[in-house]
Design a protein around this ligand. Structure first.
Ligand SMILES: [Zn+2]
Length: 106
């Protein structure tokens, strides 16, 4: 049986190889703006990181993006990424709660 090869990417924090859907993309666009790319479609140079609090925190604490993008990434960019990630998790939790509520009322 021939199987399609699933492309793997390495997490910059734990260095594990994972499927793209289990990872988040961190993108640096042409103007040097760094952001989390939750949809994986933003243009620019990208790095991958696990969609987990542990890896995102490690990336922020160890300033891993400096190495990845070969640049001095300012502190506030890391703060921004941390907040962005927390917001996304909160949003997902809210969504989950809303779905659960819908199931109850149906
Ligand atoms: Zn990881």
């Amino acid at each position: 049986m021939i199987r399609k090869k699933i492309p793997l990417r390495m997490c910059i924090a734990c260095r594990e190889m994972k499927e793209k859907r289990d990872l988040l993309r961190i993108v640096r666009n042409n103007s040097g703006v760094i952001s989390l790319d939750f949809k994986g479609k933003a243009a620019g140079r990208g790095a991958y990181i696990c969609d987990s609090v542990g890896c995102v925190e490690k990336c922020i604490k160890k300033k891993l993006l400096n190495k990845v993008f070969s640049a001095e990434i300012p502190e506030n960019v890391y703060e921004y990424i941390g907040n962005d990630y927390k917001n996304e998790i909160l949003k997902r939790e809210e969504q989950k709660r809303a779905e659960e509520n819908n199931e109850k009322t149906d």
